[in-house]
Design a protein around this ligand. Structure first.
Ligand code: SF4
Length: 904
């Protein structure tokens, strides 16, 4: 058994992990107590990382197809790379370098990013390189640059401990950044006077900790921040000395915000004037105000302006460059920051140089020893796929990202992938939504198998280390890029230089480090040895420094020509797509607590399915009632771009007229093209980030009278293999969803259609669930469309398929999940619409994933306890252990405890 220090590969908190391995297999993971991002804590996703690395769905060998109509065949690395290099060279020679593109990922390590960036700009000669960070962080980049002069969060995690006012805007940190949120909870517990304002159209788990929740209308953030500044001015709560000494452009902003009176701004935002004034007063009167913000600001057609308008508040009050104060953009992905630092996005250049600046381009060209870096702007993510669809870009190399799930306007994206002359996919997993479009699949090493570095939200660089070699023939991403680059260089120029002759990620890091010299990201004092001995370090870390710099701009000097920060006088613009009588609902998207992005990784872990067991759209209960809908109904969501059938659920945290759909569900878990069939590919003109957070939809009850629910535990115990087989059948139905079942180690399939499918479809589903042989109880009533199968093994229900009329699925699911004795129930198991027998008490939704504790047991323990909400929670935790491990469920436990108090 060995244990190695590395970093979690999910979110931008960047928690340190200790990976256990034995005989070349990763066997476990725990939080690294020495890592300054988490001090040993991990959330549910981090704790189960070791369950994501086994062979299921892994890309193990290069695969290649010469014709689209044929399946890919296994190939050697040499033949696959030779083929891709020949095709790229051919396309570049015929159509120019901008006829190819690279779409890469915030999952990549800094060294991978650097190699891709050098390949695209120095060898191919194109700026058509963009990262999926475009979908999450580019508005933050634009906001920082427009105001502070450089893309650099000026804050660090420690500031959470020093703030006495916290503005959490457009961020459900309780679910998206759970370990960071534990720190916020600790700060609030230590200092009850800490004022927390949560700005979010939804009442999220994060809002539960708020002293004030501003449930603004979607997209109205700029009006809110301007209204707050107007109030700060009126009440003399700005810092004129700071403004005079360290900023520029205040007069223009002051003139602009004079129109945003608190009354006017509050009306635009749909909140009360008093709420707006309270937020402004807390912010202005605080000793140190910290803002934490994320996708709610970024994923917007005016995301750059939202970021800048929030930063205006910090500059106007001097809440920046001090302990506990500053605008702190939280990064979604583990190495979104690394991508920004290495300039691996279409409109950036390495080490925060400016692509539009000829001097910066010349400097990079000199350092890379190439004649020039192209000045033509590259295509950003949404533009890139549009160019592929139009045929301007003919070949695309996609690395570690899943555009056929994650980009908005899926119909057009899939059309683009189908139209491309060549799609190369460099991936750890071979079963993503994008994989079927790939002509060439290049297997990449995954978490626990790679060496390099990542930068987290607070500019802290951590080492990523390999605990085991990659499986099959998978290779580290940087190695694939460098091998390809040498082949391509030969084909383009008749020789291969030493530009890509790297033997280790450390060599790439050292070369990249040189390009940061004298820049604001300067890490010339840092190397792998320092990171190994001193642990994770903030940038900048200049030569001769003893440590990195946790806080920026403490001297009030900003990286602009005159050293002053800039106020941004930006007018409020409404969301790009408005509602009307045809599309009356506002669709908001976001994260679930226990899933990650397109679920390529987290979807493989049964335990992570307990908290949100099936794809669902949530609506305010009043909207459900008004439309004659109930929780559990299948509804049809329709936007101006596409449709999606999904189950509806009630959530009073969703405001009337709005709907919330998690970002995770793609076509591997739902029939159709997934959630992004609906979303809007309109982009912010400054940051080029699409407005994934808002579009207009209509909602109606799906007219799909034929229903099926099937679940079972496979006899060989291999639920992931069964899930893959079930997923292949989703497109057969007008509505279908599938999921892993955390309790019984099985798979759940739900389907609906306008009419019963052909018998062979049903036979196939029965066979998939192993209901076609053995001890299976059967009931068929073709006249009523009923076909029911229940397989009993000894006393236990092991598989069920009910099609036609329903009525008993919920208690049959409990019998299956809890292993309750069922044999004695006999024919009762088969009768449609039968009531639950005694003993089949639903455990409810799993609230505590670590200990598998359901809502029913928690509510019962809370109601049975005495005292106030805190005492009841303590008692329930003692009894059930819920919330005592990773703590991600604490916000929900507190909410249930408060409800139990009210009930008492
Ligand atoms: Fe990983 Fe969770 Fe830490 Fe994010 S908060 S880095 S997902 S363990």
């Amino acid at each position: 058994m060995s244990e190695i220090q590395s970093t979690c590969c999910y979110c931008g908190v960047g928690c340190g992990v200790l990976i256990n391995s034995r005989n070349g297999r990763i066997t476990g993971v725990r939080g690294d107590p020495r890592h300054p991002a988490n001090f040993g804590r991990l959330c549910g996703k981090g704790q189960t990382l070791h369950e994501t690395v086994d062979g299921h769905g892994r890309a193990l060998y290069p695969e290649l197809r010469l014709k689209r109509s044929e399946p890919r065949q296994r190939a050697t690395w040499d033949s696959a790379l030779e083929h891709v290099a020949a095709r790229f060279a051919d396309i570049i020679k015929k159509h120019g370098p901008d006829a190819v593109a690279f779409y890469i990922s915030g999952q990549l390590l800094t060294e991978d990013y650097y190699s891709f960036n050098k390949l695209a700009r120095a060898l191919v000669g194109t700026n058509n390189i963009d990262s999926n960070s475009r979908l999450c962080m580019s508005s933050a980049v634009a906001g920082y640059k427009a105001t502070l002069g450089a893309d650099a969060p000026p804050t660090c995690y420690e500031d959470i401990d020093h703030a006495d006012c916290m503005l959490i805007a457009g961020s459900n940190a309780a679910w998206a950044h759970p370990v960071l949120f534990r720190r916020i909870e600790d700060a609030k517990a230590k200092n009850p006077d800490l004022k927390i304002v949560v700005i979010d159209p939804r009442r999220t788990a994060t809002a539960e900790i708020a002293d004030l929740h501003l449930a603004i209308q979607p997209g109205t953030d700029v009006a809110l921040f301007h209204g707050m500044l107007n109030a700060l001015l009126q009440e003399d709560l700005t810092d004129p000395d700071y403004i005079a000494a360290h900023t520029a452009g205040y007069d223009a902003l002051k003139a602009l915000v004079s129109d945003y009176t608190p009354d006017f701004a509050a009306e635009v935002c749909g909140i009360t004037t008093e709420e707006l004034l309270t937020a402004a007063r807390w912010f202005g009167n605080s000793r140190a105000a910290l803002s934490l913000y994320c996708m709610g600001l970024n994923q917007s057609s005016s995301g750059a302006d939202k970021n800048a308008a929030l930063i205006n508040l910090h500059l106007a009050t001097g809440h920046i460059g001090r302990a506990g104060a500053g605008p702190f953009s939280l990064t979604g992905q583990p190495n979104a920051m690394g991508g920004r630092e290495t300039g691996a996005m279409a409109n950036l250049l390495i080490a925060h140089r400016d692509l539009n600046n000829a001097g910066d381009r010349a400097e990079v060209a000199k350092l890379w020893d190439v004649p020039a870096i192209p000045g033509r702007p590259g295509k950003t993510a949404v533009e890139m796929f549009e160019a592929i669809r139009r045929g301007t870009i003919k070949a695309v190399w996609i690395a570690c990202t899943n555009p056929a799930q994650s980009l908005p306007g899926q119909d057009a994206v899939r059309e683009a992938l189908a139209a491309a002359e060549l799609v190369v996919l460099q991936e750890t997993y071979a079963d993503t939504e994008t994989a079927p479009y790939a002509d060439v699949l290049l297997p990449a090493a995954g978490w626990g198998e790679k060496e390099g570095t990542v930068t987290n939200s607070e500019r802290r660089i951590s080492r990523v280390r390999a605990a085991t070699p990659p499986p099959g023939e998978a290779r580290p991403d940087w190695r694939i890029v460098c091998d390809f680059a040498m082949l391509l260089e030969h084909k383009l120029h008749g020789h291969a230089s030493l530009r890509f002759a790297f033997d280790s990620p450390q060599q790439l890091f050292n070369e990249y480090r040189e390009l940061t010299r004298g820049r604001n990201t300067d890490i010339t004092g840092l190397d792998y040895a320092t990171l190994d001995t001193k642990g994770p370090q903030h940038w900048p870390y200049r030569i001769g420094a003893r440590q990195g710099q946790p806080r920026l701009y403490q001297d009030g000097k900003f990286p602009t020509a005159d050293g002053r920060a800039r106020f941004a006088a930006v007018a409020y613009k409404p969301v790009a797509e408005n509602t009307d009588t045809r599309f009356p609902f506002r669709l908001n998207t976001g994260r679930l607590r226990d899933q990650w992005h397109g679920m390529t990784r987290s979807g493989r872990v049964a335990r992570l399915w307990g908290h949100a067991p099936e794809p669902a759209v949530t609506l305010n209960p009043a909207d459900l009632a008004r439309r004659g809908l109930a929780s559990g109904d299948i509804v049809r969501l329709e936007s101006r771009r596409g449709t999606l059938n999904v189950i509806a659920a009630a959530d009073s945290g969703v405001a009337p007229g709005q709907a919330f759909l998690p970002m995770h569900w793609g076509s591997r878990y739902l029939s159709g093209a997934g959630i992004n069939a609906l979303t809007l590919p309109v982009i912010d003109p400054k940051s080029f980030q699409p407005e994934l957070k808002h579009c207009a939809i209509k909602i109606s009850k799906a007219a799909l009278p034929w229903r099926l629910i099937a679940f079972g535990t496979p006899r060989d115990g291999d639920a992931l293999a069964q899930l893959a087989r079930v997923q292949a059948w989703l497109p057969e139905f007008e509505f279908a969803s599938c999921a892993l079942m955390p309790d019984a180690g099985g798979v759940l399939l739900r389907a609906a259609a306008g009419a019963a499918p052909a018998t062979d479809v049903l036979d196939a589903i029965h066979a998939l669930l192993e209901l076609d042989s053995g001890d299976v109880l059967r009931y068929d009533d073709p006249a009523r469309g009923n076909a029911r199968r229940v397989c009993i093994d000894g006393e236990r229900v092991v598989a069920v398929c009910l099609s036609g009329e329903g009525g008993s699925e919920s208690w049959l699911r409990e019998f299956h999940a809890q292993g309750l004795p069922a044999a004695a129930l006999g024919s009762l198991l088969l009768a449609p619409g039968t009531k639950a027998p005694a003993g089949a008490v639903s455990r409810g939704r799993i609230i505590c994933s670590c200990h598998g504790i359901g809502e029913t047991a928690i509510v019962s323990a809370l109601q049975g306890a005495a005292g106030d909400a805190t005492a009841r929670l303590g008692s329930a935790q003692q009894q059930l252990l819920c919330g005592t491990q990773c703590g991600s469920c604490l916000p929900e436990l507190r909410k249930l405890a408060a409800a139990a108090m009210v009930a008492a």
